[in-house]
Design a protein around this ligand. Structure first.
Ligand code: MN3
Length: 245
């Protein structure tokens, strides 16, 4: 449903229920303004907030998704309010074209679009039913990192080295080659036109309630939350050039 249609639908729904409750007032009643909206939206989490316990606690997941990620989506929509042409682009296109954006919205878009993309990826690659990586992904991990254990060690070491807030990513190119990449703040390799297989959020809001200053423990525990079936799907899509966010 388009933004305009949804707004019209909501407005008529409000007017209809108002006329049922207050028949004397009927359609003279002005419906309340719709909530702020825009082209980008926050998808609900595909699993329960407590689904990743004990590795990531429910409260952290709820705040992370419903507050932090939601704020990024709202911030992005607000930044693009008067920039319809940018607002109509795909998120990955906006991210790779940041240098072309009007300067007055560039930083807000960089932070909020980056955050929206990073968190959308993050929820996807986690889940309660981990499974195992596909044979193709396993072979790529063996080839590019020397095996799963070394892969996790290198990834966690990169997470430990990150100063301040940021992300550790694994990129996948169209030949299926994997690479480890860290980025500060809400930057993402999508800004360089690369594709992200998976990544971990190393901002303190991702772990502080449960792990406080023990970031290495969080980095280690995070592997227990990985949805390898989904990551394997993303690997296939990355290798054939169809992977989006
Ligand atoms: Mn986060």
């Amino acid at each position: 449903m388009s933004h305009l249609n949804r707004r019209g639908f909501l407005a008529s729904g409000v007017a209809l229920s108002a006329s049922l409750v207050f028949p004397a007032v009927g359609f003279a009643q002005t419906p309340p303004a719709p909530p702020p909206s825009g082209p980008f939206k926050l998808d609900p989490l595909a699993y329960a907030f407590n689904a990743l316990e004990p590795h990531i606690d429910a409260k952290t997941m709820e705040l992370h998704h419903d507050r932090h990620h939601a704020a990024a989506v709202n911030g992005l929509n607000a930044a693009l309010k008067d920039h319809g042409q940018v607002a109509s682009m795909r998120l990955e296109t906006i991210l790779v074209r940041l240098p072309d954006l009007p300067e007055e919205i560039r930083t807000a878009v960089r932070n909020n679009a980056g955050s929206h993309a990073n968190h959308s990826m993050f929820w996807q690659v986690m889940g309660p039913n981990g499974g195992a990586p596909s044979a193709e992904l396993t072979a790529a991990i063996d080839r590019d990192f020397g095996g799963m254990d070394k892969f996790k060690d290198q990834f966690n070491a990169a997470g430990g080295r990150l100063f301040g807030s940021g992300w550790v990513f694994v990129t996948v190119d169209s030949d299926g080659k994997l690479a480890l990449v860290s980025r500060p703040n809400q930057d993402t390799p999508l800004m360089d036109g690369r594709r992200v297989l998976m990544g971990n959020d190393v901002w303190e809001h991702a772990y502080y309630l449960n792990y406080q200053n023990r970031r290495p423990d969080y980095l280690k525990a995070w592997w227990n939350t990985i949805n390898w079936a989904k990551v394997s799907e993303r690997y296939t899509a990355g290798s054939n050039g169809t992977l989006g966010i």
